[in-house]
Design a binder for this molecule. Sequence first.
Ligand code: 13P
Ligand code: SF4
Length: 328
Amino acid sequence: MTGAETLTATARVDQEWAGEVRRLAAERDAVILAHNYQVPEIQDVADHVGDSLALSRLAAASTASVIVFAGVYFMAETAKILAPDRTVLIPEVRAGCSLADSITAEQVREWKAEHPGAAVVAYVNTSAEVKAESDLCCTSANAAQVVASVPADREVLFLPDQFLGAYVRRVTGRANLRVWAGECHVHAGISPADLRRKANADPRAELFIHPECGCSTAALWQSGEGDLPAGRTRVLSTGGMLEAARTTKAPAVLVATETGMLHQLRKANPAVRWEAANPDAVCRYMKMTTPAALLRCLREGVTEVTVDPGVASRARRAVQAMLTAGAR
Ligand code: 13P
Ligand code: SF4
């Protein structure tokens, strides 16, 4: 077989797979939601691709009987909290999150006991049980607005991401914000040094930085100090990056987040050279949703995500507040 023939055969298999996925989704009356970090094939076959906030809103608004969540477990759980009467399926049940694992409900209860009266603001990257212990949820797209909605004289316990928390403290100027010391191993690995080196090597490039990154607060400080290009450095959620991608005039953009994001950015603006700030920033959990796993999920109806109804109803108030807070 020639190279061209092999390519055609591969494209045919991909097309057959996508056709079968769409057929099974229609048969089950399922909507497929995919996070921006999923592998390109999954993003391309999904009904909607987006950031945590957009996908939560879509799950809440969807009228489909089944929600297939191509993402990680806390995202599917959030969809179930918002759509308790719907069947929520996750193609790979082992797709966890190192950040969500960095705090338990018991630890939240202990932390609250040490700070009576404080408002607990939980990042969406948390388990349903942790959300149930929280007053408000947020995503990276609206963390600062959610924190700002708490009266200025009330102490805030922000969890679990230390970099997002430090970023929020810096942009809100809030001194009474305590931050849990959790982190995402993927984003924590994108260092200020990586970013500075790449930005210096490419003086016309813009910098899009996810606030979970180890470099995010440093980046704000560095741009304030002139160490990073102030006019070219932006801290954005993955959805915010996509919006900014459509209008950027820069010839190149350095992207500091999980590398799956590059697929949507390249599609949104192919004229720009999109480059990962750290090409090793790959989330193994997000990549567990393979084309085969999605097909099996739709064929066999596995794995169904359940949340204890008592936990879900306590978590729902906090999650609903996240949906109505400003987007970015
Ligand atoms: P977004 O909220 O920007 O989608 O980022 C979430 C994230 O890191 C998912 O793990
Ligand atoms: Fe969790 Fe980090 Fe993976 Fe996002 S990139 S799912 S925060 S481990």
